[in-house]
Design a binder for this molecule. Sequence first.
Ligand SMILES: [Zn+2]
Length: 319
Amino acid sequence: MEDTFKKVIIKDLIMRYNRQALYLENDALLRGKKVAIVGIGALGSVAAELLVRAGIGWIILIDRDSVELSNLQRQSLFDENDVGKMKAIQAKEHLDKINSDVTVEAFSEDLDYENIDLINADLVLDCTDNLETRHLINEYCNKKKIKWIYSGAIQNRGFIFNVIPDNACFNCIVKAKHGVETCDTVGVLNSITHTIGSLQVNEAVKLLLNKDYEKDLMHINLENNEIKKLKVNKDSECEVCNGNYEYLSGKQENKLIKLCGTGKYQIKGDFDFEGLKKRFGKEGDVIILDNLTIFKNRVLVKAKDEAEAKSLYSKFIGA
Ligand SMILES: [Zn+2]
């Protein structure tokens, strides 16, 4: 009986991955790999879906934000029923239905220097929209010698770069700590986020199977369908490559940030979460009010500007 059951399971697995196994040598090795995806927006939802379909054994999803109507234009894991709910949790719900063989863990958290061990995996995919988190991932992966893939997309163009231990790191090439353009101010097409997400997964599979990978920084422009490959050199003066980790030590942490969405701010703080639950008559890990979503150590505030965000925070949370 048990043997028959095992045969059926193995037959199912062979069927499920048949098309990629015909092409991809050692495809079965993917079943033993763990990948962390930071940011489940446009890039992250493409990467997560493709990796789950390809049968990566274990996927970690980390995202600090909830789904908005304006996300549905490109964040293809989500639908109208997900609006207002946390991205990581909703993504897991969809991914579990796509491939129940994959272990998917979801964290509705802001990745920071305190919970950074969440991304301890065989490979990390950066699908975030901000430089601060990228520098944090870069420092952690540099320290732990974990491979990670930087990706980014705006308007109709994007970047991908494989960050491999001992080669040039993200800080070797990007010194800026804060971005200038964000999706709020310049917009983004769904065709570029899907293109970049697919190319990132393509590199991910190569890295997971120890195949030859792209060494250059890739720049893709869909205006004229141009792919540029830029040579990247290790910077001997690079702080990170020399073991100085500012983000990992918490020195660079920003308590108030504007999220890449429609008028949403995140404010971190030390407050009495249990007390707030009682005050607002709520239960569970998150308190949802009209303009505030309150977690254990942070609050998402819908506001027209920073001043209004701060004022709503102090009104409902305290100083
Ligand atoms: Zn470096």
